[in-house]
Ligand binder design. Structure first.
Ligand code: ATR
Length: 263
């Protein structure tokens, strides 16, 4: 039986096992997908388990997407550019790190039927997933990408990777067509970003990378102010689908059922 894992810390909230095991069953594969909370000093052991064929693939989540890189033999170009790995597999005896958050975010935006060209984006936060979002928006032809992070230095560090990034002060909610919450605020049900969104205008898109809970206060506020709101569920599903395809060579169809099992 093939074995797959998602690793992170914390890991309890992860719905990846639910999704992958659903597809494994649907496709009749002899495999299992589990979650494992790990400490940083366990990374090496886990990578060695892939070398020994005891584990066939790993998904990586917060806080290890960057920290895992030194333990790998090779990165895909997407992982290299964003310095972020969420999917690991073994090919020709080499341990390869790839980033499917990019494909996940791109497919989620396409699913929204939001035409990116000539649009302005404002990203809140500068954590692990943000390089993937910036890379995808640039690739899809966004007109302007601004970023505002509570700790400005972290946003400035991102500008070293993405030269055209526009750095704003925290809370400077300038002109945008889509605002993306990529902070961790909202993971707890009562969490609220302490910013005043009331002057942002309406008919914009409020997008939250968070998918659990499904309606963060950020999304509720956006909607209340007359904007479209969308959570990170489709991004999550599409990044998982891309990992599944890498490991099993199959892309199951995304139907209503899969969307429902995550609610
Ligand atoms: P990591 O930084 O380890 O990748 P993350 O969960 O991906 O972790 O990122 C957390 C993001 O949420 C950061 O941008 C963080 O801002 P700081 O860089 O200032 O820490 C942001 N964040 C967390 N709590 C916040 C809060 N109460 N208000 C505003 N931003 C917050």
């Amino acid at each position: 039986m093939k074995k797959y894992l998602v690793i992170g810390n914390p890991i309890n909230h992860s719905l990846s096992p639910k999704l992958h095991n659903y597809w494994i069953k649907e496709m009749g594969l002899n495999a299992i997908y589990e979650k494992k909370k790990i400490e940083e000093n366990e990374i090496k052991f886990l990578i060695d388990s892939i070398r020994k064929n005891q584990i066939n693939g790993i998904n990586v989540t917060v806080p290890y997407k960057k920290k895992i890189i030194p333990f790998l033999d090779k990165l895909s170009s997407e992982a290299e550019i964003t310095q972020s790995v969420n999917t690991i597999y073994c090919k020709d005896k080499k341990i390869i790190g790839h980033n499917t958050d990019i494909e996940g975010f791109e497919m989620a935006i396409r699913h929204l039927k939001f035409d990116i060209v000539k649009k302005k984006f404002l990203i809140l936060g500068a954590g692990g997933v943000v390089p993937s979002i910036i890379f995808t928006l640039q690739k899809m032809g966004a007109l302007q990408i601004s970023i505002s992070n509570r700790t400005k230095k972290k946003a400035e560090d991102l500008k070293k990777m993405f030269k055209n990034l526009n750095i704003l002060e925290w809370g400077d909610l300038n002109d945008f067509d889509m605002i993306i919450n990529a902070t961790s605020v909202g993971l707890k049900e009562n969490d609220s970003i302490s910013l005043d969104f009331s002057k942002c205008g309406k008919n914009k898109v409020f997008y939250d990378v968070i998918y659990n809970p499904t309606k963060t206060n950020f999304l509720k506020k956006g909607k209340e102010l007359g904007n479209i709101s969308e959570n990170g569920k489709m991004m999550f599903i599409y990044q998982a689908l891309a990992s599944f395809d890498i490991w099993h060579g199959i892309k199951p169809k995304i139907g209503e059922e899969i969307i429902k099992i995550l609610d």
